[in-house]
Design a protein around this ligand. Sequence first.
Ligand SMILES: *Cc1c(COP(=O)(O)O)cnc(C)c1O
Length: 256
Amino acid sequence: MIHKPQYSKAESLTQLSANFHHIQQRIEQACQRSGRDASTVRLLPVSKTVDEARIRMAYQLGFHNFGENKVQEALDKSESLSDLEIQWSVIGHLQTNKIKYVARFASEFQALDSLKVAKKLHQRLELENRDLEVLVQVNTSNEASKYGLQPSEVAQFLHDIQPFYRLKVKGLMTLALLSNNNAKVRECFVLLRNLRDQLRDDLRLNQSTDMCMDELSMGMSGDFEIAIEEGATIVRIGQALFGARALPDSYYWPEQ
Ligand SMILES: *Cc1c(COP(=O)(O)O)cnc(C)c1O
């Protein structure tokens, strides 16, 4: 059984601020342990199920970029919070019928894992005259039920999406194994980093592309310190910041 810490719900600015500072401290400590500069780690607050009022509080604390797993929820929030300068990152699996919305309002899509989606997204972006930063999602836990490309498929995939110039490739994203076994979780992060390093070397040799392979989006509330030790440049944190969610994780990504 997976041990789940109890994250208390942040209902006030003070509480949210305390959670944020605690996370920031843990990020800094993980950076110190691994000889990294904390400014190289971007904290992406994940606001799924978090209501508008609390997102406004987080905005007051200085967060202007939020991650959402479901497109419909993100779209609704982008409309009701349109008075704020928020950049929305879609971090969950994208169904083809939702592509047009993402092309319209998102500034980043972290879960690209199919050629079909890449192509349609590019076409829609072309109509909207917009670019979109994307990360390619990789399945590093070898669970058949998880989304993401197999590590061995990514090089070919990057080659195949080159014509879709509206997609600005920035790096890779993964969800590690959901487990209390830290060594196994760490293996997922190491795999993603090694893959990124190898792909980055390949890209340097290829001068006809403006793709970039610098970003490693890995680590969530339960495992972000391990991810940082292994090179994460983006950590996606929901519950440790906002508090526990009522809906189980299986609602957002398939479990075994
Ligand atoms: C919800 C979610 C997260 C954040 O998970 P927490 O446990 O709330 O930190 C990260 N990545 C993805 C893809 C998610 O859907």
